[in-house]
Design a protein around this ligand. Structure first.
Ligand SMILES: Nc1ncnc2c1ncn2[C@@H]1O[C@H](COP(=O)(O)OP(=O)(O)OP(=O)(O)O)[C@@H](O)[C@H]1O
Ligand SMILES: [Mg+2]
Length: 408
């Protein structure tokens, strides 16, 4: 389907679903995905949601359930990648008492629990082959066996699965059963990557910035024209999740400021190439800005030279001001709030880490964090509890950061 952005108008139902689930964006490919999802929702078919990591797949199984006849029955979301291989069969299909060490009582699995409802199998490509065989059977006949039982049980479940893995390749490499792949993907819905969504990038950035400022009672940031242009050009390997993460960092450390492309670039991985591009494409507004931009570029180049020197066997930490490699940002250590920590994602799914190897100069972000902490401590007469509250981080994190940055 080709839909022109200027002429296409989503239906009232699509707009309503977007609002209900908090989906931001008007890109034709995103709207088409929502439309397809709503069309298939009332038809009891298996659906496979595909798309890059962080693209926003998790809304779609919920839409399917909510717009299906199963909406009043259970909806269970299972992250197949997070359950250890040894227990996944028991989690999904249940087990009999004594079927393995520690099985002191029999237990219902999700396929029994959600009878009549919907199961969302997230990261479905991570299922072990033995579990794939059980899943195929339940999809084809509605039958399953609890672990350690020989009694066939019946269940009536709709399965929606999601993956960011290239399934055709997984099948070719023998990691995923071909028959199960076809059975799961009766209908396939692909969520477009963020870099292909045009104006949605700025729209999402504004939304995340406003939400963050409201939530933490901080003055909101404003995105300058050049920052918006940079966001548009950047490839967003971690998609919406990465954009949210970046904007939340910017909203914290640059609260109240107008964000320029230079500010923003320091929060983006692989920004050295972006800097080079920006130098040739964007106008420089004033000397202060120009100076900061050149300084950033010099720092980045210096860190590259350090790395090269080290590869050639020369010591890199010869300059004063050397600091150890930056750790994760303070604000994310205590997050249970939708902040994304890529350190917990499998290595293959992680976007490239910001250019900050162990031998590099402190990054601008790192030095800003140190400065923000030092200033908060000074403002609060060294009182740590008040400083932590002001910075919106836990006392534990503040103690760690004080030690890390030598601020005692
Ligand atoms: N269109 C959107 N509007 C608002 N928020 C969005 C949108 N798309 C994604 N998000 C947010 O981005 C984050 C990542 O989305 P989600 O968890 O659905 O990614 P995913 O595609 O399931 O990624 P993965 O394959 O890594 O599991 C979530 O916090 C989600 O709420
Ligand atoms: Mg997901």
């Amino acid at each position: 389907m080709t839909i022109s952005e200027s002429t296409y108008r989503p239906s009232a139902e699509v707009l309503q679903a977007k609002q209900r689930f908090g989906i931001v964006g008007n890109a034709p490919a995103l709207i088409a995905a929502v439309e397809r999802t709503m069309r298939v929702a009332p038809i009891d078919l298996s659906v496979l949601i595909t798309g890059e990591s962080g693209a926003g797949k998790e809304f779609f199984p919920q839409i399917i359930h909510a717009y299906s006849a199963r909406k009043h029955a259970k909806y269970i979301a299972v992250n197949c990648g997070a359950i250890p291989e040894g227990t996944i069969d028991s989690e999904l299909f249940g087990h009999e008492k004594g079927s393995f060490t520690g099985a002191v009582a029999s237990r219902k699995g999700y396929f029994e629990e959600a009878d009549g409802g919907t199961i969302f199998l997230d990261e479905v490509a991570e299922l072990p082959l033995t579990t794939q065989a059980r899943l195929l059977r339940v999809l084809e006949s509605g039958e399953f066996l609890k672990v350690g039982s020989s009694t066939v049980q019946k269940t009536n479940i709709r399965v929606v699965a999601a993956t960011n893995v290239d399934m055709v390749r997984a099948v070719e490499e023998g990691r995923f059963r071909e028959d199960l792949f076809y059975r799961l993907s009766t209908v396939q819905i692909t969520i477009p990557p963020l870099r292909e969504r045009g104006g949605d990038i700025a729209l999402l950035a504004r939304k995340f910035a406003t939400d963050f400022a409201e939530r933490w009672h901080l003055p909101a940031i404003t995105l300058g024209d050049d920052a918006r242009m940079l966001m548009q050009r950047y490839r967003w390997p971690g998609n919406v999740r990465q954009l949210k993460n970046v904007i939340e960092q910017v909203a914290l450390f640059e609260a109240g400021s107008t964000i320029t492309a230079d500010h923003l670039r320091t929060y983006l991985p692989d920004y050295i190439t972006q800097t080079a591009t920006a130098l040739t494409t964007r106008p420089v507004h004033d000397y202060e800005q120009e100076r900061e931009m050149w300084l950033n570029l010099i720092l980045q180049l210096q860190s590259r030279i350090d790395r090269l020197e080290q590869q050639m066997g020369k010591p890199a930490d010869h300059r004063p001001g050397f600091l150890p490699a930056p750790k994760r940002l303070a604000s994310f250590d205590d997050a249970d709030d939708g902040f994304t920590d890529y350190s917990e994602a499998p290595a293959t799914e992680r976007p490239a880490a910001p250019a900050a190897p162990a031998d590099s100069q402190p990054t601008t972000l790192e030095s800003r964090e140190r400065q923000a902490i030092a200033e908060a401590l000074a403002r609060n007469g060294g009182r740590r509890k008040e400083s932590a509250e002001e910075l919106n981080i836990s006392l534990r994190t503040l103690y760690r950061k004080i030690k890390e940055y030598g601020l005692e």
